[in-house]
Design a protein around this ligand. Structure first.
Ligand SMILES: *[C@@H]1O[C@H](CO)[C@@H](O)[C@H](O)[C@H]1NC(C)=O
Ligand SMILES: *[C@@H]1O[C@H](CO)[C@@H](O)[C@H](O)[C@H]1NC(C)=O
Ligand SMILES: *[C@@H]1O[C@H](CO)[C@@H](O)[C@H](O)[C@H]1NC(C)=O
Ligand SMILES: *[C@@H]1O[C@H](CO)[C@@H](O)[C@H](O)[C@H]1NC(C)=O
Ligand SMILES: *[C@@H]1O[C@H](CO)[C@@H](O)[C@H](O)[C@H]1NC(C)=O
Ligand SMILES: *[C@@H]1O[C@H](CO)[C@@H](O)[C@H](O)[C@H]1NC(C)=O
Ligand SMILES: *[C@@H]1O[C@H](CO)[C@@H](O)[C@H](O)[C@H]1NC(C)=O
Ligand SMILES: *[C@@H]1O[C@H](CO)[C@@H](O)[C@H](O)[C@H]1NC(C)=O
Ligand SMILES: *[C@@H]1O[C@H](CO)[C@@H](O)[C@H](O)[C@H]1NC(C)=O
Ligand SMILES: [Cu+2]
Length: 592
């Protein structure tokens, strides 16, 4: 079932007990035809002919090598979510941030020294490829685990769509979706299937590593007949904390210890309930409650448990890291307000401080490495990369206000951050936090959920020179531009990061410049840089904008009515998109 591990070379020095292996995986990325929910056969992106792609399994201090062979007809890149990549930012993966994507037919080697342990995942970071299946767990064992357990299982939760991501995102970002309704998945999967089984033996202690690899769905995790203790959050070991259920938002991970102490003459349901509040519309046929089975004996009947009436209250900020980390007053503070609105291209986009993320012409890391001392000037990265430049070893605080009716899980590459403060409304960083504030030993993680109308302050030390994306991990929202770029320690980056020529060869093959500013030019001349849509002028209300857009669409297409929200009429919408596309192409043709 697992990837072919090409070589596992143990480099043990005779005089030390140091553990360090080079673990190599070959990832031949191809299309596969799959039907994981048994409802619909579709094309997905698989690895070595398999869907789901094989999990990656390494140990602290190993070097992980992934040889990517890109056999799909589109570029790709891989991001190992949650790994620090210290001094190795060029291996972080997001396309046009730290590398040019890998062209179709090309190979690329990710070489990642493993400096952490815990539960992570790896996924495509070129457009929305992970929604189409390019995602897998990454389990990193500690040399000496903090908690003892007998066996472990990975429980990878994911939402599943029947349509190709490309088709869905086109609709999602089109003028026909001014309210920004996200595509709703058709199913939820556990380990890529609908009937995952986990064998338990009475008396044994199991570590379950729960990973939410969703594009959208948030799951509530609980087990019939068994108690759980949380011991790990996003790679950080925490003090044992008993829970009955807990939410896992996109990209978050938890480990729980479970003792197989239930009556072994029964089998038990493992629940991952999708939270319907994330969905604009809950289709009648959508099975929200995704389940697996804890099997003591295949011949057993299922134990009957009442339906959980309400998910338990759970606050991740109450979890206490086993290894404390001191915090410090910030040297630099950024305030980011997240919102969605119809911008002046009449599509619904996401913004931080009214800026929607648009990829630069040059990968941001390459700009940082090629601009000399101008690399500390945010201007060179282009306004729409939304650069935030910080100096080496500064303490950085980011206050994120969620000014949107939806909840958003925000993820920072290259770090875990401390969750130091939290509140309702927008936070003014010149005033102290009331309510939740913790500067003693706050929770550290790499993905934090910020509920609608609330704010969170996170802190980290800028000790990892590189370029790191900060973004919402709901894939639809990233595609809508809910991202900023952290430029960390540009003043020393060229002396820390060494980039192999093969990276630049891929840029050449795709015609992407790899030196210069965001426009591929010298100095502060940014003419020709990619520009994003901007907010509409004036004080349109959301409803006013919807009405305005409605009018524009109606006028544009000469239609009396446009039904954009009613997903039941996909055919009509698709026809309209095709028509608008044809029209746009005509216009383009005329303009040229
Ligand atoms: C792991 O690597 C670190 C850093 O190189 C080293 O200090 C440590 O001793 C290593 N641990 C083991 C058990 O090999
Ligand atoms: C990659 O997978 C495809 C499809 O299974 C196969 O045709 C091709 O030979 C594989 N390439 C390598 C290098 O393994
Ligand atoms: C992971 O790797 C370790 C060390 O090589 C091995 O003992 C273990 O069985 C592997 N686990 C899985 C699930 O492959
Ligand atoms: C990619 O790697 C595969 C497997 O090692 C090899 O067969 C193939 O020739 C390589 N392709 C390119 C373009 O280098
Ligand atoms: C592992 O942990 C045990 C108990 O916690 C300790 O006795 C042992 O020295 C540790 N081993 C290493 C290599 O750190
Ligand atoms: C995964 O995250 C998404 C997005 O936050 C959430 O809607 C979904 O319920 C989560 N799934 C699980 C199993 O926690
Ligand atoms: C799904 O699970 C939730 C919580 O466990 C429960 O309240 C709800 O009734 C379940 N829905 C169905 C359709 O079983
Ligand atoms: C940038 O470097 C050049 C020489 O390399 C120097 O003349 C100039 O003063 C520097 N500018 C700043 C702002 O440090
Ligand atoms: C902050 O964290 C520490 C240690 O994790 C904990 O003891 C303390 O209760 C927390 N303080 C607050 C206000 O939550
Ligand atoms: Cu979001």
């Amino acid at each position: 079932m697992f990837a072919t591990i090409k070589s596992l070379a143990v480099l043990a020095l005779a005089s030390t007990i140091a553990h360090a292996a080079v673990v190599t995986y070959d990832w031949n990325i191809t299309y596969v035809t799959v039907n994981p929910d048994g409802l619909f056969e579709r094309r997905a992106i698989g690895v070595n002919g398999q869907y789901p792609p094989p999990p990656i399994n390494v140990t602290l201090n190993d070097t992980l090598i992934i040889n990517v062979i890109n056999q799909i007809d589109q570029p790709t890149s891989l991001h190992a979510h949650g790994l620090f990549q210290t001094g190795n930012a060029q291996m972080d993966g997001p396309s046009m941030v730290t590398q040019c994507p890998i062209p179709p037919g090309a190979n690329f080697t990710y070489r990642i020294p493993i400096e952490q342990h815990g539960t992570y995942w790896i996924h495509g970071h070129y457009q929305g490829q992970y929604v189409d299946g390019l995602r897998a767990p990454v389990v990193i064992h500690n040399i000496n685990e903090t908690y003892k357990y007998d066996e472990e299982y990975t429980v990878a939760l994911a939402d599943w769509y029947h349509k190709q991501h490309e088709e869905m995102v086109e609709w999602y970002l089109s003028i026909f979706n001014p309210s920004g309704a996200e595509p709703v998945p058709e199913s939820g999967l556990i380990n890529g299937q609908t009937n995952a089984k986990f064998n338990f033996v009475p008396g044994k202690v199991y570590r379950l590593r729960i990973i939410n690899m969703s594009a959208l769905a948030m799951f509530h995790f609980h087990l019939d007949g068994h108690e759980m203790e949380i011991i790990e959050v996003d790679g950080i070991d925490v003090e044992r904390t008993k829970v009955t259920s807990f939410p896992v938002t996109a990209a978050q991970r938890y480990s729980v210890l479970v003792t197989a102490s239930a009556d072994p003459s029964k089998n038990y349901v493992l629940h991952a309930d999708m939270d319907p509040s994330m969905f604009d519309v809950v289709p009648e046929e959508l099975q929200l409650n995704v389940t697996g089975t804890i099997v003591y004996n295949e011949a057993n009947s299922m134990a009957a448990f009442p339906v959980m009436e309400e998910w338990a209250e759970f606050d991740d900020a109450t979890l206490v890291p086993v290894i404390p980390e001191a915090t410090s007053n910030p040297d630099t503070t950024f305030v980011l307000t997240a919102a969605f609105s119809v911008l002046n291209d009449y599509s619904n986009k996401a913004t931080f401080n009214d800026i929607t993320y648009v990829m630069p012409k040059v990968p941001t890391l390459y700009t940082a490495l090629s601009m000399g001392n101008l690399s500390s000037d945010p201007t060179v990265y282009g306004k729409y990369a939304h650069p935030m430049v910080v100096k080496h070893n500064d303490w950085v605080e980011m206050v994120i206000n969620n000014d949107d009716p939806g909840n958003h899980p925000f993820h920072l590459h290259g770090h875990v951050f401390q969750v130091v403060g939290r509140g309702v409304g927008k936070h003014d960083p010149s005033t102290p936090y009331v309510g939740y504030v913790n500067t003693t030993n706050p929770l550290r993680r790499d993905t934090v959920l910020i509920p609608s109308g609330e704010n969170v302050a996170i802190r980290f030390k800028a000790n990892n020179p590189g370029v790191w994306l900060f973004h919402c991990h709901i894939e639809w929202h990233l595609q809508a531009g809910l991202a900023t770029t952290l430029i960390e320690a540009p003043e020393i980056m060229p002396s820390v990061l060494k980039i192999d020529q093969s990276h630049f060869d891929h840029c050449k093959a795709l015609g992407i410049p790899y030196t210069g500013n965001a426009a591929g030019k010298e100095g502060l001349d940014l003419e020709g840089a990619n520009l994003g849509p901007d907010p509409l002028p004036g004080t349109f209300t959301g409803k006013g904008i919807v009405a305005l857009v409605f009018t524009i669409i109606a006028a544009l297409l000469g239609l009396a009515t446009v039904i954009w929200y009613a997903r039941e009429d996909d055919a009509l919408i698709n026809a309209q998109i095709s028509k608008a596309k044809a029209q746009a192409q005509n216009n383009e043709g005329e303009a040229h």
